[in-house]
Design a protein around this ligand. Structure first.
Ligand SMILES: Nc1ncnc2c1ncn2[C@@H]1O[C@H](COP(=O)(O)OP(=O)(O)OP(=O)(O)O)[C@@H](O)[C@H]1O
Ligand SMILES: Cc1ncc(C[n+]2csc(CCOP(=O)(O)O)c2C)c(N)n1
Ligand SMILES: [Mg+2]
Length: 333
């Protein structure tokens, strides 16, 4: 199968994708450029890459590069409060394997269906296995934007979802998963959280629509590390309450409290949104937790804890695997 047949077969023939592409473009994929049209507002754009062996284990099935890649990219749109419209895909493959491509493209369109977005174009090349996604989302034409720099003194700090499950899944890849095991359900939940990130798209749009919400960020590198970006950009301190951090229940079932809270604070791979909002703001969504407040300061993050979490004071700040309590996941450094 040559390059053009491959693209046509795996990426351009999906009927639902063609329909969706038609609804947002004048010229869809298959030409030199895709021309996005029918845009009423502003366009939000973000790019993320999934590298085989770094963002997913080297043994990962093809679908993981799709579900994790698209989920983590859409998560950036959510943190900006943009409504996802579509994406492009740059795929680099060491060789052509029809089984791999079938698994990948099926998972890709399943994930695209979840978010109601179209694959609008892309590129296929030969080389080490990576998938890069550029996502496009729509924002209202006017009004303030949910940047990292717009936290305000006295805001409360919030986070969506429950945290740490995907990071807690990393040590499980090499262990057999047997339905007879006592912790089977909890392990399965951690693995599912890793394979299928679920960025809260509707929440993002609601946050963008409410002017009492000020700053937001996607916490993919770890809650503390990413909230530190808001603190620095806004030149204010964030004071977090350790007991309010929503640790994923399955994580607490499998790990000790220190281990579970560490994953929730610094493990990364949580495709959720951290944000600050005026103290009068609240939401009828039990998947959103208030975890702290914005104080005067120089752009740092502090963690308050109860005597039960006194172990936090003794914590080594550098952890194995390229992450530290303060800096979260970093590719270099
Ligand atoms: N190669 C690059 N060229 C231009 N801008 C870049 C490049 N790499 C990163 N950036 C920009 O730098 C900023 C920070 O990028 P970074 O990837 O650290 O953030 P992020 O995408 O929010 O986090 P993550 O990738 O961990 O989800 C973003 O605005 C991004 O667009
Ligand atoms: C096999 C394997 N080992 C480690 C990790 C952890 N990890 C890799 S990249 C990243 C942050 C987000 O990436 P980026 O900053 O590139 O968006 C995290 C938490 C993983 N996902 N899979
Ligand atoms: Mg990035």
């Amino acid at each position: 199968m040559n390059e053009f047949d491959l693209i046509e077969h795996y990426f351009l023939s999906n009927t639902e994708n063609r329909r969706r592409t038609g609804s947002v473009t004048d010229v869809g994929n298959g030409d030199d450029c895709t021309v996005l049209s029918h845009l009423a507002g502003r366009l939000a754009i973000s790019t993320d890459t999934v590298v085989h062996g770094r963002h997913v284990p080297a043994s990962a099935p093809a679908g993981w590069l799709a579900s994790r890649g698209l989920g983590s990219s859409v998560s950036d749109l959510v943190a900006m409060g943009a409504k996802p419209l579509g994406f492009t895909l740059a795929l680099t493959l060491p060789k052509v394997s029809s089984g791999w491509l079938k698994g990948f493209s099926e998972a890709l369109f399943r994930a695209a269906d979840l978010y109601g977005i179209a694959l609008l174009g892309g590129d296929v090349t030969r080389g080490p296995l990576t998938a890069s996604y550029t996502v496009f989302g729509e924002l209202p034409k006017t009004g303030r934007l949910l940047t990292r720099a717009s936290a305000q003194l006295g805001d409360k700090v919030w986070v969506s979802g429950t945290l740490g499950a995907a990071a807690g899944a990393l040590p499980l890849f090499d262990q057999p998963l047997r339905s007879a095991d006592r912790s089977y359900r909890a392990r399965l939940q951690l693995l599912q959280a890793y394979v299928y990130p679920a960025p809260p798209v509707e929440l993002g749009v609601r946050l963008q629509a409410d002017s009492r919400v000020h700053a937001a960020i996607d916490i993919s590198d770890g809650l503390l590390a990413d909230l530190a970006h808001i603190a620095k950009a806004s030149q204010l301190d964030l004071n977090l309450n350790a007991s309010a951090i929503p640790v994923a229940p399955a994580l607490s079932e499998l790990y000790s409290r220190p281990h579970a809270l560490m994953h929730a604070m610094s493990g990364g791979d949580d495709y959720q949104v951290g944000f600050t909002a005026d103290p009068t703001w609240s939401i009828d969504d039990r998947m959103v937790s208030q975890i702290g407040e914005v104080m005067a300061g120089t752009g740092q993050v502090f963690i308050d804890h109860t005597p039960a979490d006194r172990w936090l004071e003794r914590l080594a700040t550098t952890l194995p695997g390229g992450m530290s309590l303060a800096t979260g996941y970093q590719h270099f450094g």
